[in-house]
Design a protein around this ligand. Sequence first.
Ligand code: GLC
Length: 491
Amino acid sequence: MLDTGLKILVVASEVAPFAKTGGLADVAGSLPKALAVQGNDVRVVLPRYRRIGDYATVTDFPVEVGQRKETCIVRRSRIEAKSSRGTKEVPVYFVDNYHYFDRDRLYGYEDDAERFAFFNLSILPLCEELGFRPDVVHLNDWQSGFIPLLIRIRGRHSALWNETASVFTIHNLRYQGRFPKVTLGLLGLGEEYFTPGGVEFYGDVSFMKAGLLFADVINTVSETYAREIQTPEFGEGLDGVLRKRGSDLYGIVNGINYHEYDPSSDPRLFKTYDSRNLGAKVDNKLALQRELGLSLSHEPLVGMVSRLVDQKGLDVLLEAMPEILSRPLQFVLLGSGDERYEEAFRSLARSHPGKVSVTTGFNGILAQRIYAGSDMFLMPSRFEPCGLGQLIAMRYGSIPVARRTGGIADTVSEYDVSTGTGTGFLFDRYEAEDLVAALDRALDKYRDRSTWNHIVKQAMETDFSWNKSAAMYTEVYMEALSRRGRVERPA
Ligand code: GLC
């Protein structure tokens, strides 16, 4: 049964291209394709928010959320996984309910606990209704955190669910889904789970903690972050739980979709290019300068595409900005998030016309043009579970100037003059002067064309596709199945 591939259900609260606020959506949209190409039967499920179209209804069934009787309407679409061996289809199911999800935003409502309790409660009956019996249910972040426990509870009376393995992936430990105790009742769970060894967290209920405790195997999106979160500095109050599960905790670095992110065919660029034709990359830079109203110049262009939140190191960057802007360079930012950061950067753009460009909001086309048109890519993250920006940047030949933390430490290596190896410029301490020093090292190398082109080629030719990481997920799924007694594993 298992050597013909696994039946995998991937559950996430956002999946590109349907709904996205951050990197989770990219991963939940691209990992399933890679798993399908590798021969597995993969399906994806997410809530149907208002922004998602009215896809065909498949079925509906009642779900009890505490005392409330609600209906889960299941809709269906698909994503296509293209590879050299042809195209595979990944079915995508939407959990729809007008009361909970017909809203503009994905999160940030008063009743988020109830909304995602409903989502969690809908997943097992959805599988039963569809007759899809997954070997592995793969959960992502707090919004699906209670599903491993719901599987275990159902498994007490059902041999099928008792054999179903669960894998829980932490994309970002900072967002935990912490809600008042009454949430337990909404989930149909009794007091017995409300203990410090259970899902209680400082007097509240934590979806994240539930996922960490009850999944067969847990992982996060880089090896370094997997180590970091077991310390108080990065553990967000859950480092104790994570240390306890340390032997079940894996780090698997994210990949990016090499068909979607390919400078040699990307239709969003002014001109396509590859590592043997870097001249066309310069054309992208000039076109970007024109599009954004910057002066046309061969000075290094420093780009940044980021959510504008605390995690991304914006306070250190703002502190370093006067120093950075005293250098001969241009700075381009695209991002959205906290109003105070948006305003601080907009004001820098106003006071440095022709040199600084700031665009707030989402713009997928501009994002790609920044990756292609910039020479360097800034990522001063305070912490970074994996980070996708640096991977896309390297694929497009934009050299990361970044903080050595989490996934950045695992995917970017410092350029070493003596060996000629390396793909970026890194700093360790979360300090403005260290950020500026790393940038200065990059600027220094930039002056020497042949060295710089060598670094760019090296970055562009490093493999950040899903191939390796998807295979590692399959390994982790097998490990989870062995916990359910489904496969034998060597000790
Ligand atoms: C979150 C993390 C980011 C990671 C992404 C996908 O957005 O902040 O580091 O790359 O999830 O796993």
